[in-house]
Design a protein around this ligand. Structure first.
Ligand SMILES: NC(=O)c1ccc[n+]([C@@H]2O[C@H](COP(=O)([O-])OP(=O)(O)OC[C@H]3O[C@@H](n4cnc5c(N)ncnc54)[C@H](O)[C@@H]3O)[C@@H](O)[C@H]2O)c1
Ligand SMILES: [Zn+2]
Length: 365
């Protein structure tokens, strides 16, 4: 199968390309090499049987990249929380306008199969149970509570302490920031495209992906990269809140394998269908635990729990990935301790320092 991997020069995309090659498939990479994700000067060689350097928002570029393609694996996106709200048009442009251009060109080219890099950010807070009210959905935490060091969300009905659980795909969406809103919109666009064109779409809602090639710490990166970058500078990882936030850390090799499995499976699905699959290790760990394991493996200073917080961060979000295991036969293979040990020594990517607005303007626009 010949697969177009958008964002194929990125952290996850490059591992997807490697996994496709290993499985005997051909890949075409389309990537704008955004300065938020790539070194300003030295670029690592981009894998792929064909590489198109160009922007997803440019119709001609996308049409060209789609030539002879059987399926699309859509990884390209602006990731992370960004610097501030002024980044919103960039996120919406790359993630949603870009996705709509891709889908329109897929419709024109008759490409019917899509695997989308979804995200657990669509859920907002994870699942919680109240001893009196059962499953409840706490809203965003108040700043006063966070300032007072009261980090656990409370039952919205009775204020009781809650027990965090695993989120299933049916959980209602509750995006809490611009990035999350754009990731949810990507799924809605994929669903609309599937219905309008008899397409078949699968969204893999990744949890916290980590592993070699992860970008260094920038406003566009994730927590594992913040800690890893601090250790590389000889500094202690700074753990926000009380360090007891729960996440699901899934290794990038397992995420790449999930994409290969999903690309095979999507072709067997009903036309005009959309399905979402949580893609996590199934093993929750706390942020503090992750920092400690990473610092230990790196031989660096012990993490410092700072009590700082970021408004808009969610407290716990961990996935139930049973559907992906049962329906697609996927299994995560990299255990937490082993994956973090390797990550402590792995290469990181250095994104260009500055986000130049004109560097992310579509070619020809
Ligand atoms: N890293 C995680 O933990 C995580 C978690 C959940 C979901 N995801 C999703 O996985 C996908 C890949 O993320 P990543 O961590 O590899 O990020 P990344 O920044 O390393 O890779 C994204 C790639 O997309 C490219 N890109 C962005 N906008 C583009 C555009 N308009 N045209 C062409 N190329 C463009 C960038 O140049 C980059 O190479 C994203 O869709 C992201 O939302 C990542
Ligand atoms: Zn209650």
């Amino acid at each position: 199968m010949r697969v177009l991997v958008t964002g194929g020069a990125g952290f996850i995309g490059s591992h997807v390309v490697a996994a496709l090659t290993a499985a005997g498939h051909e890949s075409v990479v389309l990537d704008a090499l955004l300065p938020t994700a790539h070194p300003a000067a030295a670029l690592a060689p981009v894998l792929g049987d064909r590489v198109v350097v160009g922007d997803l928002r440019d119709r001609e570029t996308v049409a060209d990249a789609l030539a002879g393609v059987d399926a699309v694996c859509h990884q390209a996106a602006m990731v992370g929380l960004g610097k501030d709200f002024a980044d919103a048009p960039l996120y919406v442009g790359c993630n949603d306008l870009g996705t709509s251009v891709l889908l329109a060109e897929m419709a024109a080219a008759g490409v019917r199969d899509l695997v989308l890099a979804g995200s657990m950010v669509v859920y907002g807070e994870g699942r919680y149970d109240c001893p009196r009210h059962g499953s409840v959905r706490p809203g965003p935490r108040a700043e006063a509570a966070l300032r007072a060091g009261s980090f656990e969300p409370r039952c919205p009905d009775c204020g009781a302490e809650l027990t965090p659980g695993l989120v299933a795909e049916e959980a209602p969406a509750d995006p809490r920031n611009v990035y999350a809103a754009t990731k949810l919109a990507q799924e809605h666009l994929a669903g609309a495209w599937a219905r309008a064109t008899a397409g078949r779409a699968v969204s893999l809602r990744y949890h916290n992906v980590y592993g070699p090639g992860m970008p260094r710490d920038t406003p566009y990166a994730g927590v594992a990269s913040f800690f890893r970058s601090a250790l590389a500078r000889g500094e202690a990882p700074r753990v926000y809140e009380d360090g007891r936030q729960r996440r699901d850390f899934v290794h990038v090799h397992d995420v790449a394998a999930a994409n290969v499995v999903a690309l095979d499976a999507v072709r067997e699905r009903r036309p005009a269908s959309f399905a979402a699959y949580n893609t996590g290790s199934g093993e929750p760990h706390t942020i503090g635990e992750m920092a400690a394991v990473l610092a230990g493996a790196h031989g660096g200073p012990k993490p410092v729990v700072t009590g700082e917080y970021r408004l808009g961060d969610v407290r716990h979000v961990t996935a139930d990935s049973r559907r992906l295991r049962e329906e697609l036969g996927w299994r995560p293979r990299v255990a937490f301790a082993e994956g973090m040990r390797d990550f402590a020594a792995a290469r990181l990517r250095s994104p260009g320092a500055a986000l130049e607005a004109d560097a992310v303007t579509p070619a020809g626009a």
